[in-house]
Design a binder for this molecule. Sequence first.
Ligand code: FAD
Length: 559
Amino acid sequence: MGAMTLAHHESTGAATHEVANQARPLENYNVFEADRVLAGALEREGGEWAVEQARAVGTYAGSANAQRLGREANENPPRLKTHDRFGHRIDEVEFHPAWHELLGAGVGFGLHSLPWTDPQPGAHVARAAMFMCFGQAEAGVGCPISMTYSAVPALRAQPELADEWVPRLMSTNYTGELRPTPDKAGALCGMAMTEKQGGSDVRANTTVAAPLNGGGAGAEYELTGHKWFCSAPMCDAFLVLAQAPGGLSCFLLPRFTPDGDRNRMHRQRLKDKLGNRSNASSEVEFRGAWARMIGDEGRGVPTIIEMVNHTRLDCVLGGAGAMRMGVAQAINHCERRSAFGKTLVDQPLMQNVLADLAIESEAATIAAMRLARSYDEAADGDEGAVEFRRLANAILKYWLNKRAPAHAGEALECLGGNGYVEESGMPRLYREAPLNSIWEGSGNVQCLDVLRGMVKNPAAVEAFFAEVAEAQGSDRRLDAAAVELREELTELDQIESRARRVVEWMALVLQGSLLIRFGDEAVSDAFLASRLGGDAGRAFGTLPPGADFKRIIQRHAPA
Ligand SMILES: Cc1cc2nc3c(=O)[nH]c(=O)nc-3n(C[C@H](O)[C@H](O)[C@H](O)COP(=O)(O)OP(=O)(O)OC[C@H]3O[C@@H](n4cnc5c(N)ncnc54)[C@H](O)[C@@H]3O)c2cc1C
């Protein structure tokens, strides 16, 4: 009888349900153009010449194709093949084709090299805008892209190595093949600092570097030891820290030795990670691996810090891009979903949540792009920019990435149950969110770095306050907060245990001042009231009720 009923339904084609009141996927839109805040910042900060390039990245990142590739690359994580079937060591990582396609696209857009291939004013800003957009299709490929971009300034400490490698790293060709680099059109570079016994404290590194022919800057060494984290292990070369006779030093370790053999850098296993699943992060061992020293013996940290500074900029951009994506997804959903007789975007309490997420995103984007400008100015020899960047990079890396996980969680909740389901992309955003806080110096390390920067370099403090002072006199809440911050900084008692409070305050004051100058009026007013004026609760969605929610949401709507 049951079978007959089923057959009857199938033959008449009676619908069991109708799909109603569901949002549409946020795809086939231009991630860049839809982001008015980012588009404004690109022009303002000196990258106006790159609008067309940013548009092209925006079209790509928002396309249904790139969004699908991002999902596939994460659903099919990389696999390590340590040996071939005959037992030879091969140390290869197999990726899903979606990974290669995305990485090829990112390299094709020059996200890994634009400021070096086209070093005109605004080049770092231009790249920053493009990097933020691209990450909204897939964040994992940002890892090798960022490390390759960042390796260049460190490599330049050793001119003959830079002459050999930088042209390869600047190439916009990506093949994904494992071959000696002289035979390859382009190359990518990774980084291996962290060891089991210490990541933040790299001076605890135990990997040993023995000179092969006397040693010194540019000379050949043999490395023995391990690295506990080495991401993007399929890169063509790595910057590595190891203990040489003269102390901790920086090395370039290529995938192949000059005679074309695979270098003795063995991938032990891949990490099973919370997020960032499209990207491989490995544990490696060096068993007499061939490498060349970059910079002087014993100067490993100052040499590699040139690389770390740039990857830290990308952590800031990554945090800002993630928040933008959360806002776009949340508004896209709430504009199309109704509950209790009203579209969600018209429900007063949801308006408060969306507006609060939006002002956080706007503050993040404006600050991140201002920071990117300091890289352009520093490249032009502007000492003030170097001082500003010294503190602002660590302040923003800390604060944006402290906000990002909570922001992603709240944006996810705006989609209700759908937000908890993988297909929405929100779980991926949520899992990725803590990463930019951890790698390249975790939260506490960033805060302590700000303290160190202030002590060693008082001019950096003045550069920070000079930036804030650009908005002085415009708003009493900012003025009062800046005065309070100055007082906080002169009080050195227990400064280390107060470091998070201090750095958070610095971030909010900087963001507040930038929003007054460059943000939307309703956004900056809501930010100052809630973040500096104390008129807010602890969760998102607790802005003072007088804020102009509609205007803020409209400004951030992705349509
Ligand atoms: C997915 C992923 C990929 C990575 N890829 C790479 C890579 O490619 N290359 C690479 O070299 N590394 C990589 N890392 C490693 C990463 O940079 C380190 O994990 C990070 O720097 C922290 O080091 P740690 O894990 O040794 O933690 P620890 O240094 O042990 O720190 C643990 C905690 O203690 C805090 N802490 C440390 N010192 C202090 C202090 N003085 N006061 C107060 N708190 C302190 C830290 O903030 C952190 O919260 C990767 C990490 C992850 C998660």
